[in-house]
Design a protein around this ligand. Structure first.
Ligand code: ZN
Length: 193
């Protein structure tokens, strides 16, 4: 089968990134057209080497996001997350513990920054076939989930980041990566993923 063409990715300043995405109905989710859209969302995430991609980042403001971490050169310190599609996700923090994640975004070119994220998170959603997802995720994985679901609420990581921590990717590699990888390893050792 030919590789799917990636969709264009909206860049910061594009109004669609600030829309609150609408919920998806079970009938809509089941249509071949919508399933093809999900395939395109996944193909676009893979093409851009993202750890996640929300539907409004590809100009379709519906409550769907894709998440996957697998030998990602953008995030080599991240533990693997199998390919996950969240439809109509609702996240609820479990406890109030937070950590300072270092995030980047396919819609925000060449910028990283530290964002407070909850360490433990309850996730309620459907998968792409409408099956219920009901789980608790932790650590860096919880950070990724919060980043993607923020997109569906019209928020970007720059809204929540401490601006004093903003860094280009080159300067992150040069000045901040080593310390953050140590923090991330300690977090993974303590809470998993
Ligand atoms: Zn993003």
């Amino acid at each position: 089968m030919a590789e799917r063409e990636p969709l264009p990715i909206a860049q910061i300043g594009e109004p669609v990134l600030r829309e609150v995405a609408r919920t998806v109905t079970p009938d809509e989710l089941a249509t071949p057209e919508f399933q093809t859209f999900i395939d395109d969302l996944i193909a676009t995430m893979h093409h851009a080497k993202g750890a996640g991609l929300a539907a409004n980042q590809v100009f379709r403001p519906v409550q769907v996001c894709a998440i996957e971490v697998r030998d990602n050169p953008r995030y080599p310190y991240k533990p693997a997350i199998p390919l996950t599609i969240l439809v109509n996700p609702v996240l609820t923090p479990v406890g109030d513990e937070q950590f300072a994640n270092y995030e980047g975004c396919l819609s925000v070119p060449n910028l990283r920054g530290r964002v407070p994220r909850f360490v433990h998170l309850h996730v309620h959603a459907w998968d792409r076939h409408g099956n219920e997802i009901d789980e608790v995720v932790h650590g860096l994985k919880a950070g990724t989930y919060q980043h993607e679901v923020d997109h569906l609420l019209g928020k970007l990581f720059v809204d929540r980041a401490d601006p004093a921590t903003f860094s280009t990717w080159t300067e992150f590699e040069r000045h901040h990566r080593a310390a953050f990888v140590e923090e991330a390893r300690a977090l993974v050792a303590r809470v998993g993923s």
